[in-house]
Design a protein around this ligand. Structure first.
Ligand SMILES: Nc1ncnc2c1ncn2[C@@H]1O[C@H](COP(=O)(O)OP(=O)(O)O)[C@@H](O)[C@H]1O
Ligand SMILES: [Mg+2]
Length: 534
């Protein structure tokens, strides 16, 4: 066993006594050194300088009853032992400077003596491991007899050492993870690992979080759940404020976010707090953060870093302390590379980045999600609905297969299940219903992928033609050219683009070679297919 070192305050009442009667009295600090089967190797006796004499007497008494105990007298310059700030600071400084060697010695922080404030400080320092000690409590014997040391008890604040507490913690964490997943027992390993980590970060951190993922993947939902988790744990007192940055346009954008002073601009008839201030002590969820304008990005960066900002037209700063959760469905790294998004803001919000997979990336989760949606439908309509066996197989086969991109993710799935459940006769989803639904979904997804189009079809005529030549185009030609080039960018080959562009005349058989026709059109603008796809 490692030698025991007791750290404790001198008890100006409990440890006191000068005459010989003091030996009949139970004195907690002394009693710790009197236990027959436990030896205190050293004692660090803390006291305020005005109790020097008492401290010295106690040291001498300990030397008498327990010669093997070395007592160090540690005067702490504390004016008022009930002043929390003072006691904590002195104790903290002492502990910081003390050469603890937990590998060779064990430390007991004796908390029976000293003011309640001293006790609290000992507790806080032990809990934060600044004082690497267990807490020691002493009690007097039932009947006082000279030399009877009474008893002592140790409290180890390392919660992981207590089985019952550890189990509680594990259960609470499981509940929190289930809450973030809406109680759906998902099976996708990657998604589950992601949510596990989100749970830990959500309850431990207030740093910005970035949620990346396609529309309907659950960014807004997850952001709100994280907030609710923190609120339930009293880690947050403010509100959840959500805004889609794509809806913030023009002059109103800054004022919506940062507020404005009365009369800041025409139409500013009264003061406006703005969303950042409404989120004080809560969460600000900025969805589609990539759509934020340049000025707003700069203002937001300052607001996150300093928790202060200027409302529009105001000459005084206001403060707001919120946690930022940002959402985006596009790659902000590209936006940074293209100069559309501030690199410093990206660096600031990119600390915890979570990429929510779309439904198609976690096919094994479709079944539990379908079950969940059916249960939810039953709950809302008070009408239970179930799949017939063949119908379920058919639906799942399609849903998990390559023909189901689930482009709108939960939104698509939720709509699909709602249709099936609503149309089901007698609470039964049959195979014909499923076939009709599959046809609907195929139709829905047959349209071009809007996100792919946005990514590949930005047409920059200035870059392609040179600014001078582009400027020389009439608006009429410019619009036509842009539309044609966009179709080209969406097509794999020149012929493919030609077919799409000249579909009508092709049907009427008035043109034979549409690829050639397109090639000529491009050449007229000094453009070629190879250049376009390069
Ligand atoms: N993990 C989930 N499980 C089941 N349904 C979800 C989940 N996440 C989101 N949803 C539901 O899917 C729909 C779209 O989610 P949302 O969070 O708005 O997506 P996003 O913000 O990514 O576009 C909402 O109706 C939401 O309640
Ligand atoms: Mg959203």
């Amino acid at each position: 066993m490692k030698p025991i070192v007791v750290i404790g305050f001198l008890g100006t009442q409990l440890d006191s006594g000068k005459g010989s009667g003091r030996w009949e009295k139970w004195r907690p600090t002394l009693s710790l050194t009197q236990h027959p089967h436990m030896a205190v190797a050293r004692m660090e006796l803390l006291y305020t300088p005005r109790h020097q004499a008492l401290a010295e007497l106690l040291k001498a008494d300990i030397a008498g009853v327990s010669p093997e105990t070395a007592v160090n007298l540690v005067p702490l310059a504390i004016e008022d032992p009930w002043d929390f700030g003072e006691v904590y600071t002195r104790l903290y400084d002492w502990a910081r400077a003390y050469p603890f060697d937990a590998g060779r010695e064990q430390y007991w922080a004796h908390i029976t003596t000293g003011t309640h404030v001293a006790q609290i400080c000992m507790f806080l320092l032990a809990e934060s491991r600044i004082l690497p000690a267990v807490l020691a409590q002493t009690s007097p014997p039932r009947r006082q007899r000279e030399g009877d040391p009474g008893s002592y008890a140790l409290i180890d604040l390392d919660l992981s050492r207590y089985d019952a507490i550890a189990q509680r913690h594990a259960a609470e964490q499981r509940d929190a993870v289930a809450f973030l997943k809406r109680g759906i027992a998902t099976r996708n390993a990657r998604f589950n690992a992601l949510i596990d980590e989100v749970e830990r970060v959500a309850v431990r951190s207030r740093a910005p979080i970035l949620l990346v993922g396609p529309t309907g993947a659950g960014k807004s939902f997850l952001a709100r759940r994280m907030f609710e988790l923190k609120k339930a744990r009293h880690q947050m007192s403010g509100a959840f404020v959500e805004v889609n940055c794509a809806t913030l346009r023009g002059d109103g954008a800054a004022s919506s976010l940062f507020g404005h002073r009365k009369g800041a601009f025409t139409g500013a008839a009264s003061e406006r707090a703005g969303l950042l201030r409404s989120a004080d002590q809560g969460v600000l969820f900025l969805d589609e953060i990539g759509e934020l304008g340049a000025d707003e990005q700069a203002m937001l960066l300052m607001a996150i870093e300093e928790k202060r900002f200027y409302p529009v037209g105001a000459d005084r700063e206001v403060t707001s302390d919120f946690q930022l959760i940002a959402g985006t469905n596009r790659d902000l790294r590209e936006a940074v590379a293209a100069g559309r998004f501030r690199e410093d803001l990206f660096a600031r919000i990119n600390l915890w980045t979570y990429e929510l997979p779309g439904l198609a990336q976690r096919p094994e989760d479709l079944e539990p999600n379908i079950e969940h949606l059916l249960a939810q439908h039953a709950h809302e309509t008070r009408r239970g609905v179930r799949f017939n066996a063949e119908a379920r197989t058919a639906y799942l086969r399609f849903a998990q297969g390559p023909d189901a991109p689930w482009r709108g993710n939960f939104r698509d799935l939720s709509a699909s299940i709602t249709r099936l459940a609503t149309l089901a006769e007698g609470g039964r989803i049959t195979e014909p219903l499923v076939q009709a639904e599959i046809a609907r979904l195929r139709w829905l997804w047959a349209r071009e992928d809007p996100s792919a189009r946005a990514a590949t079809t930005e047409v920059d005529l200035d870059a392609l033609l040179g600014a001078e030549q582009a400027a020389a185009l009439d608006l009429f030609d410019r619009l036509q050219l842009e539309a044609v080039l966009r179709v080209c960018r969406q097509s794999r080959t020149l012929s493919d683009a030609g077919r799409k562009l000249f579909q009508a005349s092709r049907a009427a058989r008035s043109v034979v070679n549409d690829a050639d026709r397109l090639r000529k059109y491009l050449a007229k603008h000094q453009l070629s297919w190879d250049r376009l796809v390069a």
